[in-house]
Design a protein around this ligand. Structure first.
Ligand SMILES: [Zn+2]
Length: 198
C-alpha cells in the first residue's frame, strides 16, 4: 500500500493533533463550500426573451451609450493623472460599475445578477486595472493619449457585455423548433435548425 499523508503525520509526535486540526479545517471548508453551492443555486441567471436581433441590438445600444456617457464623465484630466499610478481609479471603478449595474437591471430586473455581472465587466478591462504594478505600464500610459486609453476601456467593457454577460440572459425563440436559444440567424433559426437545413 502507498504511504499516505495521514501515515506521515502519524509518525510525528504531535501527529494526532495535526490530523485533528486538519480534519476540523477540512469539514469546516466542506460546509462553507456546500453553503456556497446552495447559495449559487438560488441565483440562476435571468432569461430575457427578445423578439428579434434588432430588438436586442436596440436595447443594448441604449445601454452602451449610457456606459459611454459615464466613462466620458470620469475620464477627465484629474482622473487621468491618477491613472498613471493606479490604472483605473476607484472613482472610475465605482461610477462605471454602478452604471453597468443600473443598465443590466433595466434589462434583466435581477439585482443579484446585475451586481455580480457589473463587477465582472469592470474587471474585464484587465491590465488597465493594475497601473504601475503592471510591467511596462509607464510606456503604455505615455504612448497613448487620454482618448485612446478611454477607447480601449470602453471597447473592452462593451465587448465583455456582448460576448459574455448578455449570453447568460439573452434568449430568442427559434422560428422552426420553437426552442429558446441565445443565438438565432437572420431567418430566426437556432444553430441546430439552420445547420440541419444546409
Ligand atoms: Zn431551432
Amino acid at each position: 500500500m502507498e504511504p499516505r499523508v495521514i501515515d506521515f503525520y502519524n509518525e510525528l509526535p504531535s501527529g494526532v493533533i495535526v490530523i485533528d486540526k486538519m480534519n476540523e479545517e477540512f469539514s469546516e471548508l466542506q460546509s462553507i463550500n456546500e453553503d456556497l453551492i446552495n447559495t449559487l443555486k438560488l441565483y440562476e441567471n435571468p432569461q430575457i426573451l427578445f423578439r428579434s436581433r434588432e430588438e436586442y441590438d436596440e436595447i443594448h445600444e441604449k445601454m452602451f451609450s449610457a456606459i459611454k456617457k459615464t466613462i466620458d464623465e470620469y475620464f477627465d484630466d484629474f482622473e487621468y493623472t491618477f491613472m498613471k499610478d493606479y490604472g483605473i481609479t476607484p472613482k472610475q471603478r465605482v461610477h462605471i460599475s454602478i452604471t453597468i449595474q443600473d443598465e443590466l437591471m433595466k434589462i434583466t430586473n435581477d439585482k443579484h445578477f446585475s451586481y455580480i455581472e457589473s463587477y465582472e465587466a469592470i474587471n474585464s478591462v484587465g491590465i488597465l486595472t493594475r497601473g504601475r504594478n503592471l510591467p511596462h505600464w509607464n510606456k503604455i500610459y505615455d504612448a497613448l493619449s487620454k482618448d485612446e486609453l478611454k477607447d480601449i476601456f470602453y471597447d473592452q467593457i462593451k465587448h465583455h457585455i456582448k460576448e459574455y454577460t448578455s449570453l447568460r440572459y439573452k434568449r430568442f425563440r427559434c422560428s422552426e423548433c420553437k426552442k429558446l436559444d441565445y443565438y438565432i440567424n437572420e431567418e430566426h433559426k437556432c444553430f441546430a435548425c439552420y445547420t440541419e437545413s444546409d
